[in-house]
Write a protein that binds this ligand. Structure first.
Ligand SMILES: [Zn+2]
Length: 843
């Protein structure tokens, strides 16, 4: 797994908590900032659709300058994107991006929320988005977020008034935010939520506008801004030694899997927010007219009297002298009836009390994981580094029957260590992202427990509750049980403490294509979650498939060790597809999960449990030709897929292409976006075209329009104009325009049915114009648009054929879409029908 070292350059103490799971350790200046935040009773909610949509400048400004509680509600977790740093895609990418958002919030001081909406891929219009998402569910989640967070102001990243001008998810986030603004206070709307929360009416709502909405910076400069606030997000924070925009850039740089690592910035910088609901502030303050002092809470004045004084007279050299006041404020806060503010402010105040007293509490497990039924030991460290007298009364481990009653005085700077041993209950839940526990739909995750909805991650299964008596008041502090260890080349490390199954399994290849009846050997990896695991594994399979042997016994001595066993899988003689799934029996228990670990330096290690399975597809696929040259572009898995149906794929470095060097291949395939990313290719085009002229087949997959077209006009041997035309509905009807063309006949007859079961989209960046030599083969369109005929076009050139296709083969082949395989085999077989050579190429 790749690691990035960006964080080594961030030396500021304020950001130490950026490191995965590392406990926060606040300096006096940071502590003072926390007290200022404690004394600000206002909340802002920022709403957008994806990880990276959020304006970190604004979030940091609200959190660090206004000192407001600032929450980013990202409707999705970003499952649909690309990953620049590792192999995680789809739901695993969503897990990685969730953690990157949390890392960003650790830097800019915000909090992170989500809905159940799934990032299912590009969407042109909010109508499509809201249909796929299940609008009612996602709207309910936005209302739920507002009712729980209780924001005074909401700021939308996107404009609800301009559907179709940006990603449908974007507009939808604003549309839902606007609707939820009006619904959250109505007890008749989603009344079931009111079992756990209360209604809430935000005061105003803004749209975080920007110049690109106006076409150009010049036009924006001239625009009427009377309905907008202008915020200086370049403000400098002496307590951190950083400018707001520096913090924002550091936060944004957490989105490493999206390639957002960037330089920091300083200096005056303006952001405009346009009022869309509520009263216009008169003083350029988003919280204008909103009581953000302790007096907004019944019983809060008495708490405020103490805490404002602490802030006013804060002693940076000896903060611990404020402990008696802070503890008194804590006592008074416990009498406040308003549960929302009491909970929120108690949590902040407890963190401040610990930091002010220099008290460090830690509960660290012996290893990174355990299994239900196993024995576990937790090492406790407790130290008070400033106060004369603190008593550690009791330590409880929540969720297990384990407690200690030390009732011991923690003398100044005298470290106390204890061990707590217990048996992990058999019914303990496994550690895994809660939204992936049950299969969801294309548009939404399945989450059965309402209380989990919105949470960024699964709450830790084990928490240590430390009961301390400080200045005669008993306060209980909560710490997640973590795993602390060190590596010689990395230093001190922290990881979540995970509960995992005692055995997990994995088939590396997630899709196995059987183009013939030949048997394939399938390797199943089995990993032990504890010592001495003995059992047997069978492979569940679709009817008609044969698995030999039926069952394989195994034995693993060491926790963490992995062994592999092999099954012979033989498909039936007819077309068939389904899943093979390892089922492991140990004693009287059956295990069916795969463990995926996501481990990067910028996020806490993630353990994800998914169904252990692989898709098997038996397709009656014919092919001609044998040797395929592949020129990789931006990266795709098409070569592995072609090998699965029996082609010999030769990866060709474009630098090595010379006159005649390609002649031995039956076809040359260009990987996705190759002309966008490989400079050399444009110089090799004459050689590639010469290869086609002599009888070869050249297949070019999608390239993005715009960038290459300016610098490069010979992507095809004839005129062809790439456009941004795309068909995003993977179920869009496909019409065959050239039914006699060999691409839809030889060697596999293609019908409309071969376009069933496609995923994510039909294709993208189709040519919109082409010269008369080309024949368009297919026609398709998204709802409400005109027919697009450029998804697959072919032209004879000399003795050979040139094919350009924007169809998303790079998505369809790796997931085993049978029709996509047949169409690709036909492209590779073009001109190899000796009897009818060339006669059918023109439709
Ligand atoms: Zn986005």
């Amino acid at each position: 797994m790749k690691h990035f070292w960006v964080f080594l350059f961030i030396s500021t103490v304020f950001f130490t908590n950026t490191f995965a799971q590392k406990p926060e350790k606040l300096s006096s200046a940071e502590l003072f900032h926390e007290i200022q935040k404690l004394n600000f009773l206002g909340t802002a909610l920022y709403v957008a659709a994806h990880p990276d949509d959020e304006n970190t400048n604004l979030i940091s400004y609200l959190s660090n300058h206004k000192k407001a509680r600032t929450v980013y509600l990202s409707l999705t977790r970003g499952d649909g994107g690309q990953n620049l740093i590792g192999p995680e895609l789809r739901e695993l990418l969503g897990v990685l991006r969730t953690q990157e958002l949390l890392a960003a919030r650790n830097v800019d001081g915000g909090e992170q929320w989500f809905t159940r909406a799934n990032d299912f891929g590009y969407s042109k219009h909010p109508n499509e988005t809201l249909k796929i998402w299940d609008k009612e569910k996602v709207l309910a989640d936005v209302v739920w977020a507002i009712r729980n967070i209780k924001p005074d102001v909401i700021i939308n990243r996107f404009d609800h008034r301009t559907p179709g001008s940006t990603h449908g998810h974007h507009t939808s986030s604003a549309v839902l935010s606007m609707e939820a603004f009006d619904l959250a206070n109505n007890p008749e709307v989603y009344p079931e939520q009111l079992k756990w929360t209360t209604t809430w009416q935000p005061k105003r709502s803004f749209y975080n506008t920007s110049w690109w909405q106006y076409g150009s910076q010049e036009k924006f400069a001239e625009a009427d801004k009377s309905g907008m606030l202008k915020l200086d997000v370049g403000t400098y924070y002496p307590e951190f030694g950083l400018s707001n925009n520096e913090i924002a850039a550091m936060a944004r740089s957490q989105h490493l899997c999206q390639g957002f690592g960037r330089l920091t910035d300083r200096g005056i910088s303006a952001i405009y927010i346009e009022l869309i609901k509520g009263e216009m502030p008169t003083n350029n303050d988003v919280f204008d007219g909103i009581n953000t002092t302790w007096s907004r809470v019944k019983g809060g004045d008495a708490v405020g009297d103490i805490l404002y004084k602490v802030e006013e007279r804060f002693d940076f050299q000896n903060p611990s002298k404020h402990i008696p006041e802070l503890v008194r404020a804590y006592e008074l806060l416990q009498q406040v009836e308003d549960i929302h503010w009491r909970t929120l402010k108690s949590k902040q105040l407890k963190k401040i009390i610990l930091a002010t007293a220099g008290i460090y509490l830690e509960a660290s497990s012996e290893s990174g994981s355990t299994t239900p039924g196993s024995k576990a030991v937790i090492h406790i460290e407790a130290i008070n580094r400033t106060l004369p007298n603190v008593t550690l009364k009791q330590i409880d481990i929540v969720g297990v029957d384990a407690k200690l009653l030390p009732n011991k005085t923690l003398g100044t700077n005298q470290k106390e260590n204890f061990d707590i041993g217990f048996t992990v209950p058999e019914n303990t839940s496994y550690t895994s992202p809660y939204w992936l526990n049950e299969p969801g739909t294309l548009g939404t995750y399945m989450v059965k427990d309402q209380k989990l909805i919105g949470k960024s991650e699964t709450p830790s299964g084990f928490k240590a509750m430390f009961s301390l008596v400080i200045d005669d008041v008993e306060i209980t502090f909560e710490k997640d049980v973590i795993y602390r260890y060190s590596k010689p080349d990395k230093g001190e490390l922290y990881e979540p403490f995970a509960v995992l199954p005692e055995v997990t399994s994995k088939i590396d290849e997630k899709v196995l294509i059987f183009a013939t009846m030949d048997t394939k050997e399938v390797q199943v990896k089995i990993r032990a979650g504890k010592n001495d695991v003995n059992g047997s594994v069978v492979l569940d399979h679709p009817a008609g498939w044969t698995i030999v042997p039926t069952s394989i016994p195994f034995s693993i001595a060491q926790k963490g060790e992995e062994i592999s066993v092999k099954f012979n899988v033989t498909p039936p003689n007819i077309e068939s597809e389904g899943k093979i799934a390892p089922k492991i029996t140990v004693g009287n228990k059956v295990y069916v999960k795969e463990l995926v670990e996501i481990d990067y330096d910028h996020i806490p290690k993630q353990s994800v449990l998914l169904p252990s399975e692989a898709k098997v597809v038996r397709m009656n696929i014919q092919k001609s030709g044998e040797h395929v040259a592949y020129i990789m572009g931006a990266g795709d898995k098409v070569p592995e897929s072609l090998e699965q149906i029996g082609y010999q794929v030769h990866m060709v470095d474009p630098n090595t292409i010379q006159n005649g060097s390609l002649d031995k291949y039956d076809a040359v395939v260009i990987g996705i976006r190759a002309y966008n990313v490989i400079e050399t290719l444009k110089f090799k085009q004459p050689i590639l075209f010469d290869y086609v002229k002599k009888g070869g087949t050249m297949i070019v997959q999608y390239n993005t329009a715009g960038r290459w077209s300016n610098q490069f006009d010979n992507i095809a041997p004839y005129n062809m104009t790439l456009s941004r035309d795309r068909v995003t509905d993977e179920n869009a009807e496909v019409k065959i325009l050239a039914p006699k063309n060999s691409l839809v006949n030889f060697p596999n007859p293609i019908s409309e049915a071969d376009f069933d079961g496609w995923v994510q989209e039909r294709g993208l960046y189709f040519p919109s114009q082409w010269s008369k030599e080309f024949t368009p083969i297919l026609s398709m369109k998204d709802e409400g648009e005109t027919e697009k005929q450029g998804s697959l076009i072919i032209a004879p050139y000399g003795e050979g054929h040139y094919i350009y296709t924007g169809l998303s083969f790079f998505r369809e082949l790796p997931v085993g879409v049978s029709g996509a395989y047949k169409l690709f085999a036909n492209m590779l077989s073009v001109g190899k029908d000796n009897v009818k050579k060339n006669s059918n190429v023109k439709g």
